[in-house]
Design a protein around this ligand. Structure first.
Ligand code: FAD
Ligand code: NAD
Length: 467
């Protein structure tokens, strides 16, 4: 074969979490793997380059700014630190794969030629790769809402622009009060931007119970973030030096002048340019690649992993997708997406909001008789750590099945919540009851020992005997 025609056992399209883990594992097992990534700035995918890692590093740096530090200088320094970190991770990701004898990394956008062949590049530079198995791991990209003037605005920014630009926007409008919008609102406010969040729903964080979303909203508004729930952005109008956001709230029209507008209204699977139709690979009405519970597409030798398959958009889900695919390719072929129990999530505002399982609303709708336990962090006597680290804001809430004492769900808006939720997840997965979690021995002073108090702090029960 010439240099422009390769044959591999496995081709991976996209250097995301699931794809790279699958590539590394298969390479170690002696399979010939070709991984194709369209951008030399994206080795390792979204998470280490423009997603989880830089945003959480910015949470860290924004929290360290002292009142007398110049916002612009502090921000520029922070972006520099974050870029150094992401460069390091990017290089590490590239070397880890391309350094292996069995793995070749090609940089360029891949497209299907037929169901066993993908091509990269054009003309004399075109490389064609055929393979028995193909993994698609092309991730997701921001949805730009169809608001007049938004897509063409010179001040429209995405997570990628914000993370890389060293100029701190003086006034930032965030459209969307979900994970991305609230994390950026919290971060940029703490760096010194004047931040306004526009959310169409009656509340930000609409998936959470009202008491939890209200507590998160209160923390943000107390800090000085402006939140405009129940609003509709009608137009984004560029001026010479600034942009005007025109919006409606309670039937009245208002304007806000800003320096940047962040689109945070969701992310859609990336399938553009893949020429899926040439391979006979179907997509869903929402634009995701259609997969079964083993992540096989409509072509059984082609798998789709991570955000592109329309599943929950988290790095650890992409990682778990790779376990399912590897089990198909090298294991017993039993693992499926339906095996997942109690998948936690954390929104990294300050303090973080970590959630798992059913909300109170969902538990009631599902017909459970429930016991509710909830305490404000400031009132949790067993958790002096909150006072030690001077972060006593937030609350912890547990939704417990009154009949079985199993934990149905939890929402922890608290310092260290991103760690605490993993203990709750483990308990839920392994059938550890709420009482057992409450009565366990935890180190002191730690945040986990809050469970000793909170799970006993019953505020409501559906059990008639207890009323
Ligand atoms: C700002 C932000 C913060 C986030 N924070 C968190 C967090 O804290 N925790 C968490 O769990 N999740 C977080 N997420 C979500 C998480 O980043 C994603 O769910 C995860 O990265 C998806 O990984 P993936 O494997 O699907 O693919 P990705 O990591 O998105 O990788 C896909 C890769 O495919 C490449 N590609 C696309 N098309 C082609 C093509 N035709 N040819 C070749 N290559 C192609 C892309 O360039 C990209 O590198 C965050 C997301 C964002 C945007
Ligand atoms: N910490 C994390 O794990 C993390 C952080 C960032 C992003 N993510 C992932 O990325 C995904 C995408 O994040 P996201 O925040 O963009 O999406 P999202 O779905 O979480 O939130 C979008 C929000 O925008 C609102 N909205 C939609 N259209 C609107 C409009 N025209 N005007 C105003 N508001 C509007 C929705 O009601 C919703 O509240 C998340 O769902 C999450 O899976 C994860």
């Amino acid at each position: 074969m010439d240099n422009n025609t390769l044959h591999a056992d496995v081709v991976v399209i996209g250097f995301g979490k699931g794809g790279k883990i699958a590539a590394a594992t298969l390479g170690r097992l002696g399979r010939r793997v070709v991984l194709i990534e369209r951008s030399d700035q994206m080795y390792g995918g979204t998470c280490p380059n423009v997603g989880c890692v830089p945003t959480k590093a910015l949470v860290h740096h924004s929290g360290n700014r002292r009142p007398d530090d110049s916002p612009q200088e502090w921000f520029e320094h922070a972006v520099g630190q974050v870029q150094a970190l992401t460069s390091l991770f990017r290089a590490g990701n590239y070397d880890a794969l391309n350094g292996a004898d069995t793995i070749t990394v090609i940089t360029g956008a891949a497209a299907f030629v037929d169901s066993h062949t993908v091509a990269v590049g054009k003309g004399a530079d075109r490389i064609t790769v055929t393979a028995e198995t193909i993994l698609i791991n092309t991730g997701s990209a921001p949805v730009i809402a169809g608001i007049p003037g938004l897509a063409d605005s010179s001040r429209l920014v995405t997570n990628v622009d914000l993370i890389k630009n060293t100029t701190l926007p003086g006034r930032l409008a965030v459209i969307g009060g979900g994970y991305l919008g609230i994390e950026f609102a919290s971060i940029y406010h703490r760096f010194g931007s004047r931040v306004t969040v526009f959310e169409t729903s009656a509340r930000i964080l609409g998936r959470e119970d009202d008491d939890v979303a209200a507590a998160a909203e209160q923390i943000l508004t107390d800090e000085g973030v402006d939140i405009v729930p129940g609003s509709t952005v009608l137009e984004v109008r560029d001026g010479a030096n600034e942009t005007t956001v025109v919006y409606e709230k309670n039937g009245r029209q208002h304007t806000l002048v800003v320096d940047a507008v962040l689109a945070a209204t969701g992310r859609a699977p990336v399938t553009d340019g893949l020429d899926l139709e040439k391979a006979g690979i179907r997509t869903t009405p929402r634009g995701a690649i259609e997969v079964d519970e083993y992540l096989r597409t409509s072509q059984p030798h082609v798998f789709a992993l991570g955000d592109v398959n329309g599943g929950p958009q988290f790095t650890y889900i992409s990682l778990d997708d790779s376990r399912i695919v590897l089990d198909q390719l090298t294991g017993e072929g039993k693992r499926t997406t339906t095996d997942r129990v109690a998948v936690p999530a954390t929104l990294f505002m300050t303090p973080p909001l970590a959630t798992i399982g059913l909300t109170e609303k969902q538990a009631r709708a599902a017909g459970h008789r429930i016991t509710l336990a909830r305490q404000n962090v400031a009132d949790i006597v067993a958790m002096p750590r909150a006072y030690i680290v001077e972060e006593t804001r937030g609350l912890m809430k547990f939704v417990i099945d009154a009949d079985t004492d199993q934990i149905l769900g939890a929402a922890l808006l608290s310092v260290d919540a991103q760690e605490l939720i993993n203990t709750v997840a483990l308990a839920m997965r392994h059938g550890i009851t709420a009482s057992e979690l409450r009565d366990s021995i935890y180190t002191h002073p730690s945040s986990t020992e809050a469970f000793n108090d909170v799970i006993g702090a019953v505020i409501h029960t559906d059990d008639p005997l207890d009323v």
